[in-house]
Design a protein around this ligand. Structure first.
Ligand SMILES: CC(C)(COP(=O)(O)OP(=O)(O)OC[C@H]1O[C@@H](n2cnc3c(N)ncnc32)[C@H](O)[C@@H]1OP(=O)(O)O)[C@@H](O)C(=O)NCCC(=O)NCCS
Length: 436
């Protein structure tokens, strides 16, 4: 870094009041490089200036061409395509292709992709054996996380992440096998036999078959339910640098195999602050119980006693574009399953909140979780399965971000700095002396 020089390129001038020195930091893509700040020192023995940013709320950790979000305008795009168009006109597997390869497939590419995914849905029989070894009441998300991690032992060649062809095979395997593992985790908790994949069915219809098939020859899911679940997978497919994606990238930056990196993403998603909000919405709706209790509940929220779950978002401050699409999917699902009585309460809450100044002034709108729990419940999923469904949908997103990471020359092993707050230079006294 040098003293301030006249320049027309966008830059930030920083004056270090400890030394009186001024610095000019280049601004690129609306960011300054943290490493440039590191060159600012009070004296040569001091460490350079660093940024303190718990939770990375204002730190870009990568360049990414996968997903674009404009929270103020309520925009979500995968590879430049608006989520509304993808949800309406595409399929989950086509969206997965788009996320992974960066462009829409032509017919041959699409057919090959669907074929590959379909024919990799089976897992090694030993996977089945070890899944059966879980306790009868094992949480399906814990089972999914462990099984995805375990896949790295079945495919040791996956550790060679420098080979594009090899990376591609692991990506296909993982997208293909997630529904199998997720469905088996579900069946396990119910004490029901695991159902093998049916390669005649579409990705999502096959998933429903593995979840719900009993003694019938072929499971024939209602097309409207298949479509609704497919749309939900599309809506969850990526969301730029969220907690679980950051976990995948952070663990992946050690150049570990992709199964281990995605297992880390599943672990992050397991946490209630990430994947668990739709379950909280259901609990809230049940507690409210009936329409006449809604005004009192809203008053309680406005008094600060509790939050209206499924409302508000860290990024979306206008509306969550996914919530509108889910609302429509909810109606389609209820056409088949019958209306969940909690829907009326949800609609009333939404109606009041969208007109009430408390919510309007704080820019609180329904988020993706406000309606998704209702759909999942109508499809007979227990709440523990909600995050498993999220994980299946998010897998192409995790993998496309992982792929981008492996090809990004600027990336390094993730290793943040810290501000040390502990003791220094203590002298160790042996136990006999300390305890004497
Ligand atoms: C998602 C969420 C964590 C985002 O939080 P955030 O961006 O950090 O926003 P803040 O917590 O700073 O809230 C800003 C203001 O809105 C209020 N607020 C935020 N979400 C609220 C909600 N769901 N119900 C009632 N009030 C809410 C806060 O109390 C705060 O009010 P104040 O300024 O009077 O103190 C938050 O909106 C929330 O808890 N929502 C409910 C949980 C949920 O649906 N999560 C799923 C997210 S996909």
């Amino acid at each position: 870094m040098t003293d301030v020089q006249a320049s027309t390129a966008p830059s930030l001038t920083v004056r270090d009041n400890r030394t009186g020195q001024e610095y000019e930091l280049p601004i690129t893509d609306g960011t300054i490089k943290a490493a440039d700040l590191g060159k600012i020192r009070a004296d040569d023995d001091e460490p350079g200036l660093a940024v303190y940013d718990p939770g990375f709320v204002n730190t870009a950790s990568c360049r990414s061409a996968v997903t674009y979000i404009d929270g103020d305008k309520g925009i979500l795009e995968y590879r430049g395509y608006p989520i509304e168009q993808l949800a309406e006109k595409s399929t989950f597997l086509e969206v997965a292709y788009l996320l992974i390869y960066g462009q829409l497939p032509d017919k041959t590419q699409y057919d090959e992709w669907v074929h590959h995914i379909t024919y990799h849905t089976f897992v090694h029989e030993n996977v089945r054996s070890f899944m059966q070894g879980f306790r009868y009441d094992a949480h399906p998300m814990g089972m999914l996380m462990a099984s995805v991690g375990a896949l790295s032992t079945f495919y040791p060649e996956s550790r060679d992440i420098s080979d594009m062809h090899n990376r591609e095979i692991q990506i296909i395997r993982m997208i293909a096998k997630m529904p199998t593992l997720g469905a088996w985790a579900f069946r396990h908790a119910q004490g029901k036999p695991y159902i093998y994949p049916d390669n005649d069915l579409s990705y999502t219809a096959n998933f429903l078959s593995m979840l719900f098939k009993m003694s019938e020859q072929k499971y024939d899911a209602d097309e409207r339910l298949v479509k609704a679940l497919d749309v939900l997978f599309i809506l969850h497919a990526d969301h730029e640098q969220n907690c679980s994606t950051n976990a995948v990238r952070s663990v992946g930056s050690s150049q570990v195999d992709p199964y281990s990196a995605v297992a880390a993403g599943i672990a992050a998603l397991f946490g209630p602050l990430h994947g668990g909000a739709n379950e909280a919405v259901l609990r809230m709706l049940r507690r409210i119980g009936s329409l006449e209790n809604v005004p009192a509940f809203i008053d309680g929220v406005k008094a600060g006693n509790e939050r209206l779950m499924g409302f508000g978002h860290r990024v979306y401050k206008n509306y969550d574009p996914r919530a509108k699409i889910i609302k429509k999917a909810t109606e389609d699902v209820f056409e088949v399953t019958g209306v969940n009585p909690l829907l009326k309460i949800a609609q009333e809450l939404e109606k009041i909140a969208l007109e009430d100044d408390y919510f309007v002034s704080r820019r609180l709108y329904p988020n993706v979780d406000f309606y998704s729990g209702l759909i999942y419940e109508a499809l007979q999923f227990p709440p523990e399965m909600f995050t498993v469904l999220f994980a299946i949908g998010r897998t192409p997103g995790w993998l496309s971000q992982w792929l981008e990471l492996t090809e990004d020359k600027e990336q390094k092993i993730a290793r943040p700095k810290q501000i040390y707050t502990g003791d220094r230079s203590l002298t160790f006294t042996p136990r006999e002396e300390r305890w004497a």
